[in-house]
Design a protein around this ligand. Sequence first.
Ligand SMILES: Nc1ncnc2c1ncn2[C@@H]1O[C@H](COP(=O)(O)OP(=O)(O)O)[C@@H](O)[C@H]1O
Ligand SMILES: [Mg+2]
Length: 591
Amino acid sequence: MTDESLKRKITLPGLRRLFKLYRFIKPYRWEYGLGLLFLLGSSVASLAFPKLLGELVDYGNQGKLGEEINRIALILIGVLIAQSTFSYFRILLFVRVAEKTLSDLRQHTFNHLIRLPMKFFQHRRVGELNSRISADITLLQDALTSTLAEFIRQIIIIVGGVTLMLMTSMKLTLFMLLILPVIMVLVGVFGRYIRRLSKKAQAQVADSNTIVEETLQGIQSVKAFTNEFFEMARYRVKTQEIAATGIKNGRLRGAFSSFVILGIFGTMVAVIWKGSTLLGSGEIATGELFSFVIYTVFIGGTIGGMADVFARVQKFIGATEDLLEIFNEVPEPVEDITGSESSQILKGGIRFDHLNFSYPSRPDAQVLDDINIEIRPDTLVALVGPSGAGKSTLVAMLLRLYEPTSGRILFDETDNQSIPISSLRNQMAIVPQDIFLFGGTIRENIAYGKTDASDAMIEDAARKANAWEFISKFPEGLDTLVGERGTQLSGGQRQRVAIARAVLKNPKILILDEATSSLDSESERLVQDALEKLMKGRTSIVIAHRLSTIRQADMILVLDNGRIVEKGTHEELLQSENGLYKSLSELQFGV
Ligand SMILES: Nc1ncnc2c1ncn2[C@@H]1O[C@H](COP(=O)(O)OP(=O)(O)O)[C@@H](O)[C@H]1O
Ligand SMILES: [Mg+2]
């Protein structure tokens, strides 16, 4: 996500929506309020500073040495101590509140996110959602700890400073106000422009690195396609762009520093020049001029920083709006049912009743078309058909990952809408087409089917899945790390880990989505063997590529283009002339 896309206009409804986030700060509001008080204290103390310094100068000037001058110095030290104490507590309190709020908010966002239905995840990228939890929430941290504090401090300094200056000399203040804000706003805007340009340079450097990385990673393809010169040209263009941006940036930085010197010191010269004439005519005292100059520096710096705070507020609003958008999505009614026996409710009967479905992301493409099937408990049903026919979608509907466009799915003649979604899913296990193993140990990956399983249960499941043989050969056994930073398992091994996971879950309904498709014949025999043991005493739905694995099915359903086109046993389907099943098996076995 780019910096720019995060920014939003500051609008009233936008600000009102921000208050929805208030409930996360609410538990800590007193602590935060106290922090604000300290902030107020330290800002006011910093305002008193130039005033007191001026008085110190005046006393010295008037020859009032001794007790009086020491008194002021003591007050100054007191103010300093107060200010440093206030700052300490201000930062401490703000950081405490921000960290606690952030932790709550992170948890809330994550908890909300993973309970959202599949249709939410269809049209969003993982990287984007990830940045919600990391980058956006970090922006909130920035807002709570520094941006808001900065903003309040700026207002206090400007309003308080100008008031104190007006009390000293109306004329000089008005003179100063005529020049300073213009200069400082220009400095702020100019500075931001330069920063944006350096960001652009950074992005260009990143782009050029991507070229290097991709070229080297795919070096074999680069050479095979004799694209060395193409890549050289690509890289040359990028590096030249970087240089051009850098030079432009340098020119601006040079101009900026001349401008700052001229503007800031020019203002100082002007104020002191005007002040000196007033000093000459006796309208102000030396000390007053002295504090005046310090106030001018203070206020100048503050105005200069405002552009930055303003940009941060904009970014913050963009981040919260994206976050609030996610909060507005309605989660699935999932519930924690770990270890509860009341969820063992399915007997294994399934009925699809005039089921129609199209994916929410592609509403015009009908993926399942008037599906009517009755599956009896404890039978083995095979689902075959060309790729893209809708087989995986049909089993996703069983798990209620998506809601039908129309029609119903019944379990033991109960509408799935009236079965708690977590109990329903808890009674099913799927060995999916693309097996996902978490980065962790084999033990953790198997136990994902039942997070409270004992070691003995895990080993037993691994044995039933014919996975124990290879797991026990690893030096670390069940503790072998898999995934990105661990041992890479072969396709057949991964599949058996996934089957062990399903065995451990001991589901009433078992779903295998092309569980044997990517195996060599030895692994296939092992997996097939594991599956046959596993299917006993439950309803099994097997999506199979290789028809040899489903000959013994009680019922074979042939799906084509979202419709059930044939239904029967292996023998029955072979009888029908011109049938899809018959031609598929002829292709495979030449019978
Ligand atoms: N998440 C999805 N979003 C949109 N369309 C999808 C999605 N998954 C699958 N499809 C489409 O639905 C149809 C059926 O896909 P699928 O059920 O995976 O078929 P099969 O498992 O039989 O090969 C295909 O046309 C596919 O492009
Ligand atoms: Mg599929």
